[in-house]
Design a protein around this ligand. Sequence first.
Ligand SMILES: Nc1nc2c(ncn2[C@@H]2O[C@H](COP(=O)(O)OP(=O)(O)O)[C@@H](O)[C@H]2O)c(=O)[nH]1
Ligand SMILES: [Mg+2]
Length: 330
Amino acid sequence: MTVIKVEGRNLREALEKAKSEFGDGAVVISRKRSPGRVTLAVSEAAPRSPVDLLGMRQQARSLLASKVDVNHTNTAAIRRCLTQRGASPTLIQTICQNVQQQAASGAHPLDLAGAELARSFPVAKGRHEAGRTTLMAFVGASGAGKTTSLAKLAYRLVQTGRKVALVTLDVYRVGAVEQVRAMGKNVHCKTLAARDVLQLRSLLQREDRPDLILLDSTGRPDKDGEALRRLQTALREWDEPVDLQVFLVAEATMRPMALEEELQRMGPLPFAGAILTKTDETRRPAPVMEYLAKKGLGLAFLSNGRDLKEDFHRAGGDAFANLMLKGRVQ
Ligand SMILES: Nc1nc2c(ncn2[C@@H]2O[C@H](COP(=O)(O)OP(=O)(O)O)[C@@H](O)[C@H]2O)c(=O)[nH]1
Ligand SMILES: [Mg+2]
C-alpha cells in the first residue's frame, strides 16, 4: 500500500493535497506539526490487516523523519500516468520517492521519473561471439507474435550485413511453414523448415554457416520446452560452435498469471531475455513489464505493430520511460 508525505501551511491545506493525490479514499496514518507547517503521512486506502497497519506506520515514521522537501503537485502527474499504465503501488511509490529526493536538482519531475523508470527495468544483453553461431529461439503462446518478431529481427540483422537463417520447428501446423517462408522472403532472409535437429545441424555444417539462426517454435509451451531441451542436449554433443539463447515472447496485453503458467509448462530453459509485443494494443503494459523484471528477464526488443520493417525497437531506457509515461514506445 502506498504511503506518501504531504505538507500544507495548515491541516486543511495538507488534507486537500492528500485528497488530490489519492481522492476520497485517502487515510491519514500520522501527522507532524511545526510552526506554520503541517506534514501528513497519507495512505491511498485503509489498512487491510494489522500487519498492513504496522507496515504503514513504519513507512509513515520514516517519511515524517526525512528532511526531504515535498512538492506533491510534482509527483501527482507521475502517479497518475503510472496508475494508468497499471503499475504496482510499490513501483509508483519507489519512483515518486526517488523523484522527490532529487527535487532539489531542478530537473522536471517527469524527466526525473523517466530516468528512474529507465533504471527500473533490465535490458537483455545481446551476445554474439565472432566465429560462433548464435541460435536465438523464440518461445511463447500461440499468437504472441513469435513468427512476426523473428521476421522483424531477421530484417534488422540482414540490414546490418549479418548472415541470418530463419528456421522453424513448427512443421506440422497447416500453413506455419508457408507463413515463415513468406515472411523470410519479405525480409530477404533464408528460411528452413527443420523437421528434426539433424536438419538444423546440416545448416551449421555448411561452408556458409549463418552467424545467426532465428528459431521459431510452435506455441505449445510443454512441447517447445521439451524440443529446446533436446536441442540443448544435442548441441552439447556436437562440435559445431553454437550458443543457444532462448527468448520469451510476451504480449503486453497479457496477464502475468497467464505468463507464469506458460513458463511453468515450458520448464527450465536457457533464457537470455524477453520480447514484448503488442505494446500498441494496450495502455497498461506495466503488469507484464514488472513481472518480467521480477523474473530477471531483461527485455531485448519491443514490438508496436504489424509492420515487419518499422514496428520493432531495441529495448532501452528511453523506450521504457515512453511506455510507462506516455503508453507508447516512441
Ligand atoms: N498490433 C500488433 N499486432 C502484432 C504485433 N506482433 C504481432 N502481431 C500480430 O499478431 C498476430 C500473431 O502473430 P504471429 O507472429 O503469427 O504469432 P505467433 O503465433 O506467436 O507466431 C499476427 O496477426 C501479427 O500480425 C504487434 O506488436 N502489434
Ligand atoms: Mg508462429
